[in-house]
Write a protein that binds this ligand. Sequence first.
Ligand code: CTP
Ligand code: MG
Length: 225
Amino acid sequence: MLSGDVAVLVPAAGAGVRLGPGGPKALRLLAGEPLLVHAVRRVAAAPSVRVIVVAAPAADVPAVRELLEPIAPVTVVAGGAQRQESVALALAAVPPDVEIVLVHDAARALTPPALIESVAAAVRGGHPAVIPTLPVVDTIKEVGPGELVLGTVDRSVLRVVQTPQGFRRDVLVAAHAAAADALTDDAGLAEKMGVPVVCVPGSEFALKITRPLDLILAEALLHAD
Ligand code: CTP
Ligand code: MG
């Protein structure tokens, strides 16, 4: 066990379809090491972190335990068919006395420990739900049938959302208990319950490795780090 007061859930059970053939994404190599190793090393380096729970592809649970053994003390559970299910399964393994839970993506393998700290600090400071975000850099159009432009969206009120997303534990538990349909992030579940969700500044290093180009970008960022 590490020494902080925060649990970090790391869903890592996805297939990585958009990255192309080559096995589960969390186990794909970046500079010779699996993405999950990069991610967990950075999570463990954040002083606030006490517990790390990884949701791995069911068939890879023993291999992932072995892989992470030299990196940090980690609980590994089998994930589910959807990310939300993997998060819920990891959440069930958090010890009862932990009050702050962060939900992270193994695919955001280069997320700096400082970002994990700032999300944790915002929850500790009284915000029930916290998300790291970046401004939108591109112009965004709304389109209708036939790809006809309906209008230009005011991007100053838009944000790109990253992880880790931080929650008071009771809020995350209630959000998952109430979740009917699958959403792409956990804060969306909290929003639906009327819980205020606050943004903190995200990081370019927290990009989600999704497509082959992202691996090239991540490799470059690794050397810039
Ligand atoms: N994830 C998970 N369980 C699932 C699906 C996704 O734990 N059933 C995890 C992924 O391992 C990843 C994170 O959720 O760390 C974000 O998902 P995404 O980037 O979509 O990863 P994949 O689902 O693996 O990729 P793809 O959608 O391209 O298959
Ligand atoms: Mg996916």
